[in-house]
Design a protein around this ligand. Structure first.
Ligand SMILES: C[S@@+](CC[C@H](N)C(=O)[O-])C[C@H]1O[C@@H](n2cnc3c(N)ncnc32)[C@H](O)[C@@H]1O
Length: 368
């Protein structure tokens, strides 16, 4: 069966998710905060396995205008839940309402659950739903009286690739790190270096990207527990992804950080990502960093100096980054920074700039 599928994304990343879906062979449409595409359950799995910059993949089961609880009930009853769910499905429901007639999430949750369980009871000829089987988390979104009822196929959010055990001081989301690597203009024949590598997210995501390593290869997805999914096809997709991984041609991917503890964590993450052979890191102050190569793609997420007391140090660090680029004159720098004074301290205007959010922090992504 063909479903309407949705890949959700953080603000600013929708366009990249759209591009990724097209590269996977799907026709995609970008809407507010998500990208819509069509496919089977197994296509949803493929998207989970391969999308680097999306947060989740959802199945859109029902969509339409709702002005009352009756409307919502009817909308849910009209959808083919039995195609997806077994008789013992466990169905947690969550809801967000905004600028709509229906503004009580808990009431909407109760209505949707009632409609859905009635549908399953009628189809399976049972008098109650035991909810002892696989989970099918339902997300309801009601915005300006338009409802969408979706089922989550991912489970843990897609940024959880399975290699991170500890977040460090200021972790960068894996999805955003992947987007930075994709938008940097990096040609994967050029050496790449992160001079403030922290726990290594940018290095690992860049190495995944350049070696065609599916980001979800080492983790599972909730939908793999669903009985109506073609397990053989999923296994085939996983095997194809394993075969597609070609790390042999990776250029030098290296990182450094002034903090020895961060480098220790970074090494753990690189090991857990299975990339020890391909990524080298060291404890080095950026101001003393000199790489053997002349042409390098620098990729960095320096500290932002949120506390006033850190400001001076941060501005000096940004100036130091300019020195680093000057010492490697044929090189490029792509940097994500939440400090509006970055360009001033760096002493040059970015040739390209776009706005992202790192968690709740508004950041500029800049190319030099
Ligand atoms: C925002 S964190 C980077 C987080 C990283 N992207 C990650 O995924 O974990 C900034 C890093 O810059 C490092 N740093 C600060 N001053 C530095 C310097 N002078 N030289 C090198 N690294 C420095 C900090 O130790 C910290 O790990």
């Amino acid at each position: 069966m063909n479903y309407s599928l949705i890949a959700t994304a953080a603000f600013g990343l929708e366009g990249i998710v759209h591009r990724e879906l097209e590269q996977l062979g799907y026709e995609a449409r970008t809407e507010n905060g998500f990208v819509r595409f069509g496919g089977t359950l197994e296509d949803a799995f493929k998207a989970n396995l391969w999308l680097r910059t999306a947060d989740r993949v959802l199945i859109l089961m029902a969509e339409g205008p709702v002005m009352s609880f009756e409307d919502l009930f009817r909308l849910v009853r009209g959808s083919p839940w039995q195609e997806l769910m077994p008789r013992d499905a466990t169905i947690p429901v969550s809801c967000k309402c905004a600028r709509s007639q229906l503004m009580s999430p808990s009431d909407c949750q109760a209505i949707v659950k009632k409609a859905l369980t009635e549908e399953l009871m009628a189809y399976y000829h049972i008098s109650w739903c035991a909810e002892s089987g696989p989970r099918f988390p339902i997300h309801i979104s009601i915005h300006q009286n338009q409802a969408r009822v979706m089922v989550d196929t991912s489970g843990d959010a897609l940024n959880r690739r399975g290699y991170r055990t500890w977040n460090g001081e200021a972790p960068l989301r894996e999805t955003l790190a992947a987007a930075m690597a994709m938008l940097s203009g990096w040609r994967d024949t050029t050496p790449l270096h992160d001079p403030c590598c922290g726990t290594g997210t940018l290095l690992i995501e860049s190495a995944f990207l350049a070696s065609n390593r599916a980001p979800g290869l080492k983790r599972s997805f909730l939908m793999e527990t669903w009985p109506k999914v073609d397990q053989k096809l999923l296994e085939r997709y996983r095997n194809e992804a394993k075969a597609a991984f070609t790390p042999e041609k990776l250029p030098a991917i290296t990182g450094s950080d002034i903090d020895p503890e961060a480098i220790e964590l970074c090494r753990n993450h690189i090991h857990q990502a299975g990339m020890d052979e391909y990524i080298q890191v060291s404890v080095t102050d950026l101001n003393a960093l000199q790489l053997p190569e002349e042409k390098v793609q620098f990729l960095a997420n320096p500290p932002y100096g949120e506390r006033l007391s850190d400001q001076k140090q941060c501005l000096a660090l940004y100036k130091g980054m300019r020195g680093l680029l000057d010492r490697h004159p044929q090189s490029h720098l792509a940097v994500l920074c939440g400090n509006p004074s970055f360009e001033r301290a760096f002493g040059r205007r970015a040739s390209k700039k776009r706005r992202f959010y790192n968690g709740r922090l508004e950041c500029d992504y800049m190319l030099f």
